[in-house]
Structures are given as structure tokens and as C-alpha cells.
Write a protein that binds this ligand. Structure first.
Ligand code: HAM
Length: 425
């Protein structure tokens, strides 16, 4: 009776929270003009092979050979599908493209807190926005989401730039080509490693003490010293991004954006800005979201270029985070009103009242058994209804019903014709 390891069953109480979380995210994205798209769960294996990074492809990808001998992957992320879909209609689509999707994605991982094998991920991306304002807009949508949850003060959004990392690898470390990818992976994993294991990893890659010292010096840099000591496009882009971010949002309290020179991101397609969001309380150490700018992803399918920037925000870490900070409200169960049925001959009236209330937008349940009032009230309580409408013999004769407010434990006789007004109040 257990679901497949690392996947989840969503019983209604979980699905209610899940739907609420993504409805909040969708509403923020829509308020910024983003439109929803979707794509298939299965994609050709090669879609990920080129740019998704070796860890994702070699260790985490679920794939199989189909009956037509094609190598097929279950999507581990949405960005390559997005790039494929945009490339397919590159000429027709009005740019910039602002799109959101909420796919489930699969990764073969060791299930643990914040990491499962199946998760849902809000993907919010802009394509065709080449200037730094697209990065700013994406980061402000992300901030807007945390504000919508009332949790902006509990989050830190760490930002770095891949061009700065390239400059550091090439011009400071003079890293050999074959050292770069494993070094990037080691830096990406740094937060999860003990300091001595990280240092051992650097040594194993053939970096001498001098180079290791320069890595620590680099990680200790603030934005100002990076600009002074590492003169490159990446440092300049970061300085510009932070200066616009500071001005772009006026809100009480400090902004959650911080520069983090040790932020790498595991996916290969990022080319400039990269960012991740973290819970500042330390209770949930895994990244809540990750994203960045990818300039060449469309190039897998087309000779044309179209720059993109966006992020993925996963449901597992986000729910843990919102629960830790008590930001998930008590969500009402679906039925609001239970219209009780005491005698067979009242069935038509019961259905008529229920139907009318439904047509006014209420969620109404009727019983499947004819029973005494006491039993019906118990059933109404069990299914989570807030009100029960009782068709008492005496009341019906006078065109009335008895309405019980179960939460406040009060009752009132209401004219049948007046039920709409009663419930709208
Ligand atoms: P990612 O960093 O691999 O980026 O994943 C984004 C987010 O998905 C993570 O920060 C985390 O919340 C969630 N996540 C990832 N793996 C797991 C897992 N095994 N279990 C639970 N949650 C997980 C991407 O996937 C990029 N495609 C995002 C992107 C969109 N970049 C640009 N646009």
C-alpha cells in the first residue's frame, strides 16, 4: 500500500495545501503577465544529454527504451521542454515570452528531507529579454511569491554570475579544461560537505595550496571587492543587477538579495546570473528554488539565439518552509453546506434547495441515507460542512427550514426563498 519510493500520495488534506500553494504562486505570476503552458512527461533522452549537467543525466535521470527502440526520458526538469517548445514556434511567438508551468518532474535521488524522487516545480521564465531588467523582473516575481506567503523576511535569495566564475576559473586558478566541470560540481556540493572533505576534494583535483587559498579568498569577497579584484563582465553585471534591484522594490524591511560567490548551480546551461533561495532560519537547509540566465539553450534546436532567464520552485521544500514559519492557513474542507434529509418524500425539496445553493456558488452535500436529524448533523460535521440545513416537518409546511451554524453552535429558522441571502451574508 506504499507508493513508489520517493513519490507521494496526495490525500485530500495534502492536495488542498498543494493546490493552495500553487494557486498563490500562479496568482503572483499572472499579476506579472505570465501565461501558463504545459508539455509532456516523456521527452527524448537527448534533450537532457547536451546541457542538463552530468549529475542529472548520469545519476538521476529515469529513462527507458520504448517499443520503437527510442531512448525516452521521464522529465527531470522543465527548462529543456520549454526551450524545445519555444524553438518550435520561434518566429510566431511575441517576445518577450513570459510563461509559467507547474510540472511534476522525476529524479532518481536518495529520498530525504526536502528531496524526493517526484516533485512538482513552478517554472517561471522570461525568454527574449536580453537586458538586465529581465533578471530583475524574474527576481522580483520570486520576491513577490515570498511576499504573497508573508514569508519574505524568512528568506535569503543568493545571487552569483557564471561569467564571474568562468573568469575566476580561467584567469585566477588557470584551471585545466578537465578540472573545470568537477571543480564546479564540488563547489555546487560545498554546502553539503564538511569543510575538510571539501578541501580534500580540491586537493584531489590537483589544486595547490596557493590556489586553494585563492578559492577561500574569493568565497569571502563582497560585491565591492569582487569588482575591485576580479575585473570582468560577470562582476560588472552583478554590480549593475544589485544596484537596480535595490531601487526596483520599495518595501519595508531589508531586501533578501545577497551576493554569494560560492553559488554555482548544478545545471550546465546557465551562462550569467544564477540564484537560489534559502530559508534563513536554518530549519530547512535545502534550496527552496533555483534559477538563472541561459543564453544558448534554444541553440540546441535552432541557429537563432533567444536568451532566457527563470527559476524552478519546488513543492517539497516550499511546503516544509511554509510549515516551519506557520504560513499555511487552515484551509476549509470542500462542502460548506449539508442539506439534511429526514423523510423520503422531502427528497425533491432537498435536491431543489441544494441545487439552488450550488447555482449561487456554494459547495453543497446531500445525504445518501434518509436519517434522523442527530445522525445527519453528525454526518455534516464529519464531512467538514460549516452549516446544516434541516428540513423539519413543521418548518417545511410554512415554507421554512432550520439552519444550524455548526462552528458557532447556533440555529435559526430561515424562509426557503431567503436561503440565498442568508448564505451570502
Ligand atoms: P533545480 O535547482 O534543479 O533547477 O531545481 C529547482 C528546485 O526544484 C530546487 O530548488 C528544489 O526546490 C526543487 N527540487 C529539485 N530537486 C528536487 C528533489 N529531488 N526533490 C524535491 N525538490 C526538488 C531546475 O530544475 C531548473 N530547470 C530551474 C530553472 C527554470 N532554471 C531556469 N528556469
Amino acid at each position: 500500500m506504499q507508493p513508489y519510493k520517493g513519490s507521494r500520495d496526495f490525500y485530500p488534506e495534502d492536495k488542498r495545501i498543494f493546490d493552495w500553494i500553487f494557486s498563490q504562486i500562479r496568482s503572483v505570476a499572472q499579476s506579472h503577465g505570465f501565461e501558463e503552458y504545459d508539455g509532456p512527461l516523456l521527452e527524448p533522452f537527448e534533450l537532457y544529454e547536451a546541457k542538463s549537467g552530468s549529475e542529472l543525466v548520469n545519476d538521476q535521470l529515469y529513462w527507458f527504451v520504448d517499443r520503437g527502440d527510442r531512448k525516452v526520458a521521464i522529465r527531470p526538469e522543465m527548462t529543456p521542454t520549454l526551450a524545445r517548445m519555444v524553438a518550435g514556434r520561434l518566429q510566431e511567438l511575441a517576445k518577450p515570452i513570459r510563461w509559467i508551468s507547474v510540472p511534476n518532474v522525476w529524479r532518481y535521488e536518495r529520498p530525504q528531507k526536502g528531496r524526493l524522487r517526484e516533485h512538482w516545480q513552478a517554472n517561471i521564465d522570461i525568454l527574449g529579454g536580453t537586458g538586465p531588467l529581465a533578471d530583475v523582473e524574474i527576481l522580483n516575481v520570486l520576491l513577490g511569491i515570498f511576499e504573497k506567503f508573508g514569508a519574505q523576511s524568512s528568506v535569503s535569495i543568493r545571487i552569483n554570475n557564471r561569467k564571474l566564475m568562468d573568469f575566476f576559473f580561467n584567469e585566477v586558478l588557470h584551471a585545466e579544461t578537465e578540472q573545470k566541470a568537477p571543480l564546479a560540481r564540488l563547489i555546487d556540493a560545498k554546502a553539503k560537505l564538511k569543510p575538510e572533505i571539501f578541501e580534500e576534494g580540491l586537493k584531489k583535483l590537483g589544486l595547490d595550496d596557493e590556489k586553494i587559498k585563492s578559492i577561500y579568498r574569493f568565497f569571502d569577497s563582497d560585491l565591492e571587492s569582487v569588482q575591485k579584484n576580479y575585473d570582468c563582465d560577470g562582476a560588472r553585471e552583478l554590480a549593475h543587477l544589485f544596484s537596480v534591484l535595490q531601487k526596483s522594490k520599495s518595501q519595508s524591511g531589508p531586501l533578501p538579495f545577497v551576493f554569494d560567490p560560492s553559488l554555482m548551480r548544478g545545471l550546465d546551461y546557465y551562462t550569467a546570473t544564477v540564484f537560489e533561495a534559502f530559508d534563513t532560519s536554518g530549519e530547512n537547509p535545502r534550496a527552496l528554488c533555483g534559477g538563472g540566465r541561459y543564453d544558448n539553450l534554444i541553440g540546441l534546436f535552432s541557429n537563432q539565439k533567444l536568451s532566457g532567464v527563470g527559476f524552478g520552485l519546488g513543492d517539497v521544500t516550499l511546503r516544509d518552509f511554509l510549515e516551519s514559519h506557520k504560513k499555511i492557513p487552515l484551509l476549509a474542507k470542500v462542502p460548506e453546506i449539508f442539506v439534511g434529509l429526514h423523510r423520503d418524500e422531502d427528497y425533491a425539496l432537498c435536491e431543489k434547495i441544494a441545487g439552488e445553493l450550488r447555482s449561487f456558488g456554494h459547495k453543497v452535500v446531500t445525504p445518501l441515507n434518509v436519517d434522523g436529524f442527530g445522525t445527519q448533523i453528525k454526518e455534516a460535521l464529519k464531512c467538514g460542512a460549516q452549516f446544516v440545513v434541516l428540513l423539519g416537518e413543521t418548518e417545511i409546511k410554512q415554507g421554512q427550514v432550520l439552519v444550524k451554524d455548526l462552528a458557532r453552535n447556533i440555529q435559526e429558522v430561515v424562509e426557503i426563498g431567503d436561503l440565498k441571502n442568508f448564505f451570502s451574508k
